[in-house]
Structures are given as structure tokens and as C-alpha cells.
Design a protein around this ligand. Sequence first.
Ligand SMILES: Nc1nc2c(ncn2[C@@H]2O[C@H](COP(=O)(O)O[C@H]3[C@@H](O)[C@H](n4cnc5c(=O)[nH]c(N)nc54)O[C@@H]3COP(=O)(O)O)[C@@H](O)[C@H]2O)c(=O)[nH]1
Length: 892
Amino acid sequence: MPGGARASGAQAGLRRWLGRGMDTHISLPIFAAILLVVIWVVTLRTIANQGEAAQQAARASSRELIDTYEAQLARNLGSIDQTLKVLKYSVELNGASDALRQLNRHGLLPSGLVFSVMVVDRDGIVAASNPAVRQVSVADQPFFQVHSASKADTPYVSQTTTDAANPDWHMHFSRRIGDRNGQFAGVVVVAVDPAYFTSGYERSRMGGHGALGLFGSDGMLRSLRVGDTISWGGAIPAALDDSGQLAASAWDGVRRYTSMRPLHGFALTALVGLSETEQLAGFEQRRRNYLWLAGSGSLALVLVVALVCVLSWQMTRTRRRIRRFQETYAAASEASVDAFFVMRSQFDAKGTITDFVIEATNTRAEKMSGMRKQELRGKLLCEVMPGYRANGMFDDLVKVAILGGVHEAEWQSSHPAVAQLWLHRQVVPVEGGVVAIVRDITERKLAEERIRHMAHHDDLTGLPNRSMIRDRLDQAIRQASRNGRCVAVAFIDLDGFKLVNDGLGHNAGDELLKLVGMRMGDCLRHNDMLGRFGGDEFVVILADQPDDPLSVTPVLEKIRQAVNEPILLDGQEVQVGCSMGVVMYPRDGADPNTLMMNADAAMYRAKEQGKNVFQFYAREMNASVEEKLVLLEGLRNALDCGQFSLLYQPKVDLRSGRIFGVEALIRWQHPEHGMVSPARFIALAEESGLIIPIGDWVLQTACLQARAWSDAGLPQVTMSVNVSPRQFEEKRLVERVAQALSDSGLPAHALEIEVTEGIIMRDLAQSVGKMSELKAMGVTLSIDDFGTGYSSLSALKSFPISTLKIDKSFVSDLADSADDQAIALAVISLGHRLNLRVLAEGVETEQQRRFLLENDCDEMQGYLFSRPVPAAEMQTMLLAQAQAQATLEVAA
Ligand SMILES: Nc1nc2c(ncn2[C@@H]2O[C@H](COP(=O)(O)O[C@H]3[C@@H](O)[C@H](n4cnc5c(=O)[nH]c(N)nc54)O[C@@H]3COP(=O)(O)O)[C@@H](O)[C@H]2O)c(=O)[nH]1
């Protein structure tokens, strides 16, 4: 494939591919996939952001709460420590027993509902308490042991515990009491309910699983509130900062945003934990919402896209199918020899079709309209074909557009682009208009015209033929009958045509017929008619004549003279005549058949009268025609009925006078008409085809006879048999000759076939071929009637013949006619130059014989020596000759 073609192919492929990409069912899923990615990226990103924000908020909340909780604890612990300090001061100042009373009196003791206070002496015995308790020993309590063992003046915070002095769970906050010397004097203790430290738990902020707690530097929980549950004890393993980190709480494993903050002045740390689940519940809800929205949106998108894709795919398929149909239709219509006009009806306000607008056409339509497709499109039909209303086409189109159906018509175009062309239109309805398919049928019309012409005219001369002659005669008769006039009909047969045709060949014969036809035609008036009836027969119809046969004689004479004019054919001047039989309507017949039959009979009479004349019809003429028919009928049975016989005419050597051969001549013994001459029936047999079986019979009989003479001990003579044109042209002639020879046992060299020049010249190549075949068999050939035909001398050289027979017409006047003498001499000389023997026919007189002998003619045949005689007589002659010969030889 060339590079350019490949590139344009690739471009077309790319265009097709891009075009496909534009299809909704392909582009939409791509777009939808992108949209889905965007939706999910945005959704997940939003979720991630919101999750992060929610976590940060939770962490911030946790930090905020630890701040608040620290402040609260600072206040609570400050108040407790203050109480401890006041109590310590008071005990150190007033003694253990009065200290509480004094403080209580001054309202400096906290409510016993919140705190219980206790003063423990140096022995660990509760010296005073509020509310009052039994004097029990708390020496085993850690706070006592810590303070009694250390001089540090720092507050001590115990585990959450119960003891004998206070069975409720509580925490001990304690300080050391010193005496004036600083020695250990006891301990002041504030016991606090652990719930006190988590009372700031706000459910609204901390949820049901938020944690608020306090634990010591020993890692042990002093108080922990989770929802409504308060607990203590247990260790806090991880030490976290106050940033609200997410960690699993040690006491219940729940993940919380946890913040821890050590408290100033006490070995305590505050703890705030916000449940991750609760803190992120809002976000989780939103996350689910987002996911649901994105999921359901995606699903809806996928479903919608799938639905649209299916519809689009179906529409694309439909569109493609339509496009393919349109392309196929366009390609087909482009390739079509027909022009297509797709037209839309145009209506007026009343809904009547006023015209048609051309919407689409093909290339052929361009040629037919002389306008380009672009110009045609949108044009009103009346603009393209101004005459289409006048010629009825508009009405036809309207009828189809309104009523449907198919309209077809043929018309001869007057449009300038296709003027004179014959067109065929087929109009079919379509939605909103019509489609007209227009075809150029000029060729068909011309062919039809040609066929019509051929059916009524003679191919060779172009003249009306037999059927048209009859039609025209019929017309002329009807017209004459109406007008009270006459019609003259001349049946014309050329004289001498056969000679030209046989001698110069068919082409020359055809040329002659054409020339003669033209000459005759030139003699006629406009309303007369000349036709060729067949062969060399012509018919002239002279219409509208008066009832006087003499009125037509001038034109008939003119025709005769025109035909008689010499004609130059193939460089040879020939001359033909014509015999005319003339009839007049109505006197010689009332119908074409009768008139033609009578004209034919008159023509035959003209022939009999010596040819080249015209003969008006007379009733008695029909007798000869009837006679011919009777003769033909008899000829059909003659062979079967054994009515044929052969006569034999001797052929004599001019110099020795010896019979060297005989010519077989047929005779017909008719049961009613007596002996019928071959001159009368051979042509009839030839015409009817009966010559083939008759000729076969002659060949067989002659060969048998020759063989019989030979068998009878007579010297061998050559048997000459005439072969007619039809016989010679018959395919199996050579076979038939061979058959006759083999049937009779006659040697081939004893048989001679006589053919005329005319026969050979009909088809020279085939004739020479056939003659060569016969010669190859050993059969000799002679040319009969030499001099009457038109053998070309160069052709004569190629004939495989042995003898030329000078026609008897040149012999009969040999004594008186210098012309005939010249011809005879020329033939003799020619024959000799071609190494042929020359035989003169029809020698009747001694003068003729002498002339021929003196001029070196070789052989003769004629009444002078013998008429044709029956076989027995011929046998006697041959026997006599043989005996005379024998006598001579004995004498010698
Ligand atoms: N195809 C066939 N044609 C045949 C056959 N037999 C005869 N013919 C042809 O018929 C034509 C008339 O023949 P016919 O009447 O027999 O006349 C022949 C002779 O009788 C006649 N002739 C012979 N000598 C003379 C004479 O001195 N004067 C004179 N006026 N006539 C004479 O000539 C005829 C022979 O002519 P040709 O054949 O040219 O030698 C005739 O054309 C025959 O050929 C047949 O069997 N088949």
C-alpha cells in the first residue's frame, strides 16, 4: 500500500475511533467513572478531614476539661489544705480537744457532710473529730505513720480507704502537728469522700463513658467517675500528658482522649478521659451519611449511566444501521444508472400541493439536470423543469404524493441538458413527498425502433418488407375504396440477378439489389411505395390511381429503364433487367392476397414473354401458377413411383471422333403430362429441396450404369453427372459421391462431376475445398456452361478441374457470330493455358464441328453426333464403337 494511502487510512481509522469515543455509551461510562472517582475522593477526603477535625475537637475538649477539672481540684484541694492548716494551727495553739470546738464555734470547720475532720494525738488515738467518732487508734494508718516518721510539713494524701473511725470510703488528707519543740504531736486529718473530687462531672460534656479521675503519684486511683459510676483503687499504668491523647483506659479498655495534669501542692494528678466512641459519634454518623450518600449516589449514577448507555448503544446501533442503510443507499444510488430525486411536497395555505422541493439527488441526476447537486438541493421542481406542469408530470407527482401507489411513464425530454432523450420515470411516495427515479431509455427506445424497423423493413435495402408491403397495400386499398380510386401493384423480379449473384458472389448480388432498389425508388412519387418482397423480387404500390391501367405505364417504363442501366460491381459492368406483373385494385382483386398472387402470375407471364417487360394481369394467367403447383405435387411422388429415368449423351473426342464419355441427363415421365423436361422441373426441385434425393438417385443410377457397361465388357467411359447448386452446397455431397462409387463399384476416375461457374463462385473457398476432396478421391470435375458466369480468371487457376465446357449458347451461332467465335477461341486458349481440356456443348452442325476442330478444341457434345439416348441405345453405340475399334486394330 502506498505511504499516502496508509496515512489517510490511519487518519480515517483515528477519526472513526474518535467518532466512536463521542458515542454516549462509550463517553458516558468514562465520564461516570471519573465522576465516581471524584465523588469518592471528595467523600473520603471529607470524611478524613472531618474525622481529623472530630478527633482534634475531642482532644481539645479533653484539654479544656482537664483545665477546668484542674481548677476545680485546685480549689477543692486548696480548701482541704486550708482546713488542715487552720486545724493544725488551732490544735497547736489550743490543743486537740478545744481546737475543733473553737473552730466550729467560729464556723471555720467545713460541713461534716462534705469533710470529716479528725485530730489524732501522737499515739495515734483520735483526739477529736467532726463529726464525733469514738476514740479509736489510727496508728496503723499510713498517714499517721508517714507524719510520725517525717518532720516534713507537707500534706499527705492517702489511698481511698475505710477504717475504724470512718466506715465509708474516703481519702485522708493530713498534716503533721508539731509541739513547741517541733516534735511530732499528732496529725490533723480531713477525710473526704472520693466522689467529692468527681462531682464536677458534666454528663452533657463527658457523655456516658467519659472519665474524670484523680490518682496519686503512686499511680493508684483515688477517685474515678465514668458516667454515673464512681470507683477507686487500681493502677494507672501509662503516664500521659495533658494533650488529650487517644489511649485505651486501663480500667475498662475503652479508648479515650485522655489528659492528665499533676496538681500543685499534692502528689495527685487529675485525669480526664473522653470516650472516643462518644466523641466521634457525630462524626461517625456523618461519615455513615457521607458514605451512604456517596454509595447511593454512585449506585444511582451507575444505574443511570447503565440505562443511558443501553439506550445510547441501542440508538447508536439504530443510527449506525440507518447510516449504513443511508450509505448503502447513497452508494447504490451513486452507482446507479438511474437519477434519483427525493422531493418534499410544498403546500399552500389551503393544504394544496403547489410544487415539490428537491431535497436530495445523486450524481446521475446532476447529468440529467445539468445542475450540480448543491444547486439542485432546495430548488423547486418547476425551476428545474419549467415544462413539467404543461406535460402532466406535476399532476402525476401530486397523485402519487396524495394517493400513494407507484406511477411510471416514459417521455421524451425537452430539458436542455437531456434534450431529445427518452426518459422513464418511476415515482413512489415517501413521507412528506415523493421519490422520482429517472432512467435514460433512449438506447432501448432506439433499439425498439430498430427492431420495429427491422420487423417491417428489409435489412439489406432498408425498403419495407413483405409484412409492411401487405400493411401498406391494405391501407392503400381502404383509402382507394373510400375515395373511389384504384391502386396499382407491380410485382417485379430481376432478370439476370441469379447470374450476377452466382457469378460475382453474394456481396456483389447484395450491392446490386441495393442499387436497383434505390433506382426504382427514385422513379416513384412521395405517396407511392417500393418494397422488397424477398430475393430479387420487389413490389411497387402506386396508390390513388384512376381506373386506367395505362395511367401507370409511364412509371413502370421508367422503372424498367432505370433497372436496365448498366451497373459497375467489383470493377465489372453488369446489366440486369426486370420482369413486372401488374394488377389494379379493384379490377384484379379486392384484397392484398389476391392482388399479390395475381401480380405474381402476371410477372411469370412477363418472364415467359422474354423477360424485361411488364405484363398486366389477365384472368387466364393463374392457370400457369396452378400448373406449377400441380407439377411440384407430382415431383414429390416421382421418385417413389419410378417416374425418373436417365438418358446418356455421348461426349466425343473431336480429333478421333471416339466416344470417351457420356453425360447423364434426367427425364421425368409424368403420368398425365408425359415427358417433362428437366429445364422445367430441376429449378422446381431445387426450389423445393427435392433436388437432394433426386440428385442422389441420378448419381447412384449413373454410377451403376457405368459399372454395368464395364461389366458388359465395354471399354470404360467417363460418366458425367450434373450437380445443381443446392446439391453442391449440401454438406454430405462428397460422402454421397463416395457412397455411389462404393455401392456401384465404379472406379472414381470413371466419374465426372459437372458444376457451373455460378455454383463455385457462391462460396469460392468452400467450393474449392469440396472439389479438392472429390479430386483427391479420384473423381474428375468439369465446369459446365463456361462463359455465362463471372469466374475470375485468377480463381479459375485454383479450381481442381480437368475440363471446361463451352456453353452451347456460344456454339449455336459459331458459324455467323464473330463474337461467339472470339469467345470460343478465348475459352479454348484459356483452357489450354491452364492445362485443361475444352469441350464444346450443343454442336449441331458440321460447320461448328469443323471450326472447333480447326481451332484446337478437344471434345464435343451435341445433336450432331447424338441426342441424349436411353442406356440400351448408348450401350449399342459403345459396343459398335468397340467393335469398330477392334476391326481397325485387326486391320492394322
Ligand atoms: N442437376 C441436374 N441437371 C440436369 C440433369 N439432367 C439434365 N439437367 C439439366 O437440365 C437442363 C436441361 O437438360 P436437357 O433438357 O437434358 O438438355 C440437355 C441436352 O439435351 C441439351 N443438348 C445437348 N446437345 C444439344 C444440342 O446440340 N442442341 C441443343 N439445343 N441442345 C442440346 O443440352 C442439355 C445439356 O446441357 P448441359 O447440362 O449444360 O451440358 C440442363 O441444364 C441440364 O444440365 C440432372 O440429372 N441433374
